[in-house]
Design a protein. Structure first.
Lengths: 255, 255
DNA sequence: TAGTGGTCTAGACCACGCG
DNA sequence: GCGTGGTCTAGACCACTAT
């Protein structure tokens, strides 16, 4: 294969931008423009290395970025091929509903309605996979409001430790993992969240100022320590008319 | 730094398992066991390379896997440190509601209620960012049922091309990207989905066999081609009492 | 057997953080 | 200035695919 290329193809070895990144962008552009179409094969790693007079390892680094982006796939012994965009995934992603509100630049405020120590009832014992009756739990009820409108209501439980007192300052915006790290000897390691839709209860309707039976998001969260022991549990209700989740898929361009 | 280690630490250079992967697992285990705690630094890349008599590039490959897993982070000039598990993300992920049903091993079936060619009204023209009145669209209404219970109802639109006839066989389980690829000259490249909660309409209640006003998931999807031109649109309604989304976060162990 | 991607090496130089 | 991680090289051998 030989080249009479007149487009002096843009790898600047003396640039501060890493070579692998320049090459990644170059190949990405060829794929997005359609110079390389789904199913077609990229030049071999050796071809690319020789073409641009760079090391094959550097070529591999660039290609591995394309693989990570889902734009190509490699097959040992065969070659590297342009992928077909996968559009059948749904990945709803957000950093926390309250951060979402923050991002929109609204005045938001978390209000602590109640904080107390409670005994274990059967439901709690089941949720925390605990047997004895001696355990006590910290219990919180909070409301999130933005622009004087109440948006969500949350109850949280975590295991109570006498030795770790609650500081007033920490009650301002208590996230569940934060509470656990501060008031128990446990280290939060993983969490499970389940999202459902529901009609809100009478109590929730009153707190959020919406009609009874109004549709709401409901997120139940369980926090685990490194032994997969549940060390925190929360249930949050979000107004259905104020929240939505957005998902982008395929070769969506971010930059 | 010197070593009197008696635990002959398990890097087998002649194994079929790549060295970088062995090292990745070794370090991952040390972190999960708590030998290395959040905030602590890993040995330097050179230390690890010398300790196990392997190349520094191989060490870097192992560490980059840890970085990708969110378990460590590297800081140029300082070192590599064990991360604190981030538990404030919510990533709801599924491969498609119908695949979800499939996974549960249920008998599921997609039924085509209606398929026709429609003219562009104002709403459609807005959704497809189109101006003239000459455009026509393919319109589909489908229902998904499992174990003889109707679970979801979906309407789909895509731009109509005379030259690409609809094959009967393709109507059995028509996914929106599939329809677009088959019946238009467009290549689906990216999609945007918005998830909301709602109370179902009278029509939806009848179709799904649930009470009017019952809470439902509502997913609106727009498919784009490489020019970010909308080439498909759908709206799906899912029974709130039959669907939920689950999210795992932190150092959740998969294997 | 030839060609592909996958792993690995033993160096090198650089940018950055810190004392 | 020194130690750290970040990039890059010019080879090497291997596993896999195709012919």
């Amino acid at each position: 294969m030989f080249w009479v290329s007149q487009e002096e193809t843009v790898i600047d070895k003396n640039s501060v931008i890493p070579i692998y990144y320049q090459l990644f962008k170059l190949l990405e552009g060829q794929i997005r423009r359609g110079d390389l179409k789904p199913g077609e094969s990229l030049p071999t790693e050796n071809d690319i290395a020789m073409r641009y007079e760079i090391s094959r390892m550097t070529v591999r680094r660039a290609i591995s970025e394309l693989v990570a982006a889902g734009m190509v796939y490699a097959q040992q012994g065969k070659g590297t091929f342009v992928a077909t965009p996968k559009l059948d995934n749904i990945v709803f992603e957000l950093n926390d509903f309250s951060q979402e509100v923050k991002k929109r630049g609204l005045n938001y405020k978390t209000t602590l309605l109640e904080a107390k120590i409670v005994r274990a009832d059967e439901t709690l014992k089941a949720r925390f996979e605990i047997q004895g009756d001696d355990k006590r739990f910290l219990f919180f009820r909070t409301v999130l409001a933005a622009e004087n409108e109440r948006l969500s209501y949350e109850v949280k439980y975590t295991i109570y430790s006498k030795s770790k007192p609650i500081l007033e300052s920490e009650l301002k915006d208590p996230s569940l993992p934060g509470l656990i790290a501060a008031h128990t000897e446990y280290v939060p390691m993983s969490s499970k969240k389940v999202l459902q839709v529901a009609s809100c209860t009478q109590e929730e309707a009153l707190i959020l100022g919406i009609p009874p039976q109004a549709p709401v998001f409901l997120i139940e969260q369980t926090i685990y320590n490194s032994d997969l022991k549940p060390v925190g549990w929360s249930k949050a209700v979000y107004r259905g008319d104020r929240y939505k989740l957005t998902s982008y898929d395929g070769w969506y361009k971010k930059d």
